[in-house]
Design a binder for this molecule. Sequence first.
Ligand code: GLU
Length: 530
Amino acid sequence: MSDNKNVRVRFAPSPTGMLHIGGARTAIYNWAFARACEGDFILRIEDTDPERSTEENTQIILRAMRWLGLDWDEGPEVGGAVGPYFQTERTESYAAALETLKERGAAYPCFCTKEELDAKRAKAEAQSGGYAGYDGTCRDIDAAEAQARIKAGEMHVWRLRVPKDHPPITFTDAVYGEMSFPADVMDDLILVRSDGTPTYNFAVVCDDANMGITHVIRGDDHLSNTPRQILIYEALGFDVPTFAHLPMILGPDGKKLSKRHGATNVEEYRDRGYLPEAMVNFLALLGWSLDGETTIISEEELCRTFSLERINKKDSVFDEEKLNWMNGVYIRSLDEDAWLVRATPWLAEAHARALEAPLGATICPAPSEDEVAHRLCGEGVDEEEWQGLLAHVSDEADWYRCVYPLIIERLVRFDEIPDKLAYLFWKGNVVLDEKSVNKVLKKEGARADEALAICREVLSDPKIAWECEALQEECRARGDAAEIKPRNLFQPLRVAVCGNMVSPPLFESIELLDREDVLARIDATVKAVF
Ligand code: GLU
């Protein structure tokens, strides 16, 4: 991208909450654009709201950015030449900018009280024209008088003196194209509040200018701020950067994506077993496309090909089905070792849940969606036990690697692992799905008890290799001899060993378990059911 030399972009979250889906997409676009242009990606924390900004939220945002793999060249924890990167630490630069504006006569003190302003607004709203913004009461107060009132300690804010004859404010948005806003409807916006803190519009312009930001890429909820910010750039004599406003992300019902639609916090997606690379791919394509066709794009390719030109003007719809599909694609692209690294906490959680199974065989109705999905890895066990379960995965890595082929083809999210694979850790106990018991073990005329007896005999015979094909063939042969169809032979065994009718492959699972374990499950099932 030779026409984008020395690009400097920034992601500027306010730490008033978590990193949400829309913010993450904005961060990804800035990051990918910086990488594509070989420019700099800056992270700036806009923590000027003292009531809602917290250090904890800052840490959550940084953690979520790292999880997504969005590395920043300048910002918190990495530093940089134009820091600090927290707005609360940049107050001197705002004071200096205000001084410049005062010297130029481009800012003036306003002594109107909140009550006065509220009353004016209420009156104007009751009239036909409506409220047209601040009426300029203090704009023409004589400089000496203003000075005296400030000296006397009168409360005041500082406003921008918007030139009366200013032509329409125009700019070329990299997404929306030519934009024009009449300047005469811009009232004299507040730059500095009565407590001395800068407003968002003032701080953001000072920072973007002082940090040498060349492109401001942000959500289109800020579009109406842009003409105001341009007025501040002009008053300060700074170059106006290129703006790119990103269309909204909508829920499936066409309304702006919000909590009503499900998770909006990025870390919830981590906790639900999405891979960060799938999230980045998915969010990157939520409003941008490489060629209108490509659905799977690696980070490397994204960072090579991202351009502002291909950002969509239309709002995009967050389609969770598509995200699930994409996550499955990314999971299946992992080899055994990479899978094991990612799956470790989920496998440990499967183990933890299995340890909660009551002794012997228990018949239970299947848990509802809510019951399965919302327990975090390690949540139900104490720290020491949890560390032990994690260590078990690394100590027995060879065994765990054998689990990979059992599950990889059908896995959509990692949070399915605890429920799907707990049976591998039952150790002689078994949690029987009630529906499977009724449909398979208690099925009239299916001779499930005989089927289990036949399989038990094979599985207890030390002369038969403990190997899935040998065991399966021998069971099948003896089932044939007893005139029990393979389905009626294997389904009862599946329920007795894995707990339900839809488990991962049966004999491959049996091979991974100990003989005593499998026999104990069959015995417990027979005792509980027949
Ligand atoms: N702190 C602002 C926000 O979180 C950033 C606005 C901007 O990018 O200019 O919405």
